[in-house]
Design a protein around this ligand. Structure first.
Ligand SMILES: CC(C)(COP(=O)(O)OP(=O)(O)OC[C@H]1O[C@@H](n2cnc3c(N)ncnc32)[C@H](O)[C@@H]1OP(=O)(O)O)[C@@H](O)C(=O)NCCC(=O)NCCS
Length: 146
């Protein structure tokens, strides 16, 4: 692992879009609604090392597309991005993740929601049913309220 390096967080600009798309694709994250206007990026001296966004579903806000380059993980970059996105979006803030990532987000105060509490604006009931029953979707929707 690398030594922790100085980095800064800023709003994405249009020229960041190819890097954002590449990072989302590289981790097989949801490829929908990947627009630079909604992203924050983390930069060290030379390049983007992390990204994350706030997706809007009407009034429902979702933290999404969180990626840190593998060689920069475990240095608090992901946590710093989460804090910056929370400061920008406020609460309540939702997110969707694979079950094996739940414990990561629990560190930051997110709790798993039962299906009945998942906002339909974020995942329509029909899509949720299909994901749970037909695709055997092993995912969680989480919420932080403050
Ligand atoms: C998840 C991710 C963004 C974390 O970034 P990061 O910069 O390493 O995060 P932080 O430095 O703030 O936190 C690292 C800690 O989280 C832990 N962690 C990382 N992934 C985890 C997971 N899936 N479940 C539980 N803990 C996890 C690390 O072990 C580390 O623990 P430590 O502090 O005790 O050493 C990064 O691992 C990543 O880009 N993963 C691939 C994409 C991804 O899964 N994105 C989330 C989509 S929902």
């Amino acid at each position: 692992m690398r030594e922790p390096s100085p980095y800064s967080i800023r709003r994405a600009v249009e020229s960041d879009q190819p890097v954002i798309r590449r990072l989302v694709r590289s981790e097989c994250l949801n490829p929908r609604d990947v627009h630079w206007q909604n992203f924050l990026v983390v930069e060290d001296e030379s390049r983007i090392i992390g990204i994350g966004q706030i997706r809007l579903h009407g009034t429902v806000k979702e933290l999404g597309s969180l990626v840190v380059l593998p060689e920069y993980r475990g240095q608090g970059v992901g946590g710093a991005l989460i804090s910056a996105l929370e400061m920008q979006a406020g609460y309540p803030l939702y997110l969707m993740c694979r079950n094996d990532r739940v414990s990561y987000y629990q560190r930051f105060g997110y709790v798993v929601l039962s299906d009945a509490h998942i906002p339909p604006a974020m995942i329509p009931r029909r899509v949720l049913w299909i994901a749970r029953h037909l695709l055997r979707g092993q995912f969680a929707v989480m919420l932080k309220v403050a």
